[in-house]
Ligand binder design. Structure first.
Ligand SMILES: Nc1nc2c(ncn2[C@@H]2O[C@H](COP(=O)(O)OP(=O)(O)O)[C@@H](O)[C@H]2O)c(=O)[nH]1
Ligand SMILES: [Mg+2]
Length: 462
């Protein structure tokens, strides 16, 4: 998603890394490239202007702390402004109405309204545990009504029948009555596609809106249309008070202009984003997640922050000092580091935030994680103090004893020792800094360079 924008931005942002400080001068070129990248992604001009201005103001004079490079600070600022442009945080669907909560869909033909009704029905049913009724007020194409009926069957929600001989208002009033009688929580109303300039059609939907008084009126719009999406949303909103947007077709090669312009141009939040033709390809719109996806880096920055905040600095420094003094990094230190990693939420939580890891199925992630940590700790706990300090002692019979004591196999003990040795080697190489330094190094590796920087102590993917 937003591949071009993503590539352009990370390209230009990389150039700033390694410089000493952020000044008006050294960010000038990068800012120009950011501006070009946004324009090429078809972001509306007023949005681009404001964006670049805000980034510049925040960047110049920003205190680059000890822990982050200027490049990282700049990326953070850009990320913050991307989020702001898209609305800062997810806005949930408002269903706080006397049931049924009526949700009206509007938009151009082919925008994805009918598909989105099906997706939303599935989402509300499965994720929000709502009982959902759907109805089509598209009386211009019999096929459209049939399409919704098929989708409803697919997601197993009730479909309220309608026909092209009926008036939209009568259809929806009938559906509301039915929903009340059968205690449905939500009624999703599909409508025919229309243009904002088509007065007769706009009057039709305005009258429908007035008659059924929906709690949500969602404008469904195709992300491929770039900033035009924002402009059509704006003209619709002038006739029909919208409460939110569903941005469809953000998969494929949508350029990002729609996502970044809509909020600014219409003042309305994007509530959902359609990511494909499949019925489950609908996600609540989270500006912060989309921003990091646009920057092509998973959630690296929040990962860096999390590590900075959760790591036990004192312990890390102690290990560092020990290593610097020439005393070896031993298995007790290794155990401390393992438990620190667990404090950070364990492997699965860390992995979720790494670039490229989003695609790995949960089942696989769960294998690497925290059970492995616990096993490693158990093995170390089964050693004597002396063995922990002098791992070279651990040979055949000791290995068997440790394996038996920790409920593992000798090969597990071997694996742990190997991982420990890798870690020890790494510690020697770095001569101090320890985990802190290693973790810090991870943040610098934008664009998925993290793999190479994983400390040897991490359990590997099996
Ligand atoms: N790739 C992709 N296609 C979509 C998405 N949403 C809808 N479509 C496709 O867009 C076309 C029009 O969708 P439809 O729901 O019939 O549009 P409507 O005229 O607004 O009701 C169909 O081929 C859908 O499969 C999406 O999020 N991603
Ligand atoms: Mg339709």
């Amino acid at each position: 998603m937003f591949n071009n924008l993503s590539e352009r931005l990370s390209e230009s942002l990389k150039k700033i890394s390694g410089r000493g400080r952020l000044t008006e001068d050294n960010i000038k070129d990068t800012l120009r490239e950011v501006r070009m990248a946004l324009l090429e992604a078809d972001v509306a001009l007023p949005v681009v202007r404001e964006f670049v201005k805000a980034v510049k103001e925040r960047a110049v004079g920003e205190d680059v702390g000890k822990s982050l490079t200027p490049g990282q600070v700049f990326v953070k600022i850009v990320q913050g402004e991307l989020e702001k442009a898209m609305g800062e945080k997810n806005e949930d669907l408002n269903l706080a109405a006397q049931p049924p909560a009526v949700v009206l869909m509007a938009g151009l033909q082919g925008a994805g309204k009918t598909t989105s009704v099906g997706k939303l029905a599935k989402f509300l049913k499965e994720k929000k545990k709502k009982s959902v009724l759907v109805v089509s007020a598209d009386v211009y194409r019999p096929a459209a009504i049939k399409q919704l009926e098929t989708l409803a069957a697919e997601v197993d929600v009730e479909f309220f029948p309608s026909s092209i001989e009926q008036k939209p208002i009568d259809i929806v009033n009938g559906a509301i009555d039915h929903a009340k009688r059968k205690f449905f929580d939500v009624l999703l109303v599909d409508t025919a596609g229309r243009l904002a300039v088509d007065e007769a059609m706009m009057t039709e939907i305005k009258d429908l809106h007035a008659a059924i008084n929906p709690i949500e009126t969602l404008f469904v719009v195709d992300a491929m249309t770039g900033q035009d999406a924002a402009n059509t949303a704006k003209s619709f909103n002038e006739a029909l008070p919208l409460t939110g947007i569903i941005l469809t077709k953000a998969d494929g090669d949508a350029r990002g202009g729609a996502a970044l312009s809509i909020r600014h141009i219409t003042g309305k939040p994007i509530k959902f984003i359609g990511m494909g033709e499949k019925i489950d390809a609908l996600e609540p719109f989270h500006p912060e997640r989309i921003a990091s996806r646009i920057l092509g880096m998973g959630d690296v920055l929040s990962l860096v922050e999390e590590i900075e905040s959760k790591i036990d600095r004192e312990k890390a420094e102690k290990v560092a000092k020990k290593v610097m003094k020439g005393k070896g990094f031993d298995l007790e230190d290794f155990r401390d580091q393992l438990s620190q990693m667990q404090n950070m939420g364990g492997m699965s939580s860390l992995m979720d935030k790494m670039p490229g890891m989003g695609k790995i199925p949960d089942a696989v992630k769960n294998q690497v994680n925290d059970k492995e940590f616990l096993r490693m700790e158990a093995i170390i706990n089964s050693m004597t103090r002396k063995e922990r300090q002098y791992p070279d002692l651990i040979k055949g019979s000791r290995k068997r004893r440790i394996a038996a004591g920790s409920g593992t196999q000798v090969q597990d003990v071997n694996r742990l020792l190997k991982q420990f040795m890798q870690m020890q080697k790494m510690m020697k190489k770095m001569k101090g800094g320890g985990l802190m330094k290693m973790m810090r190094g991870m943040g610098g590796g934008m664009g998925g360079a993290m793999g190479g920087k994983m400390p040897g102590g991490f359990p590997r993917l099996k």
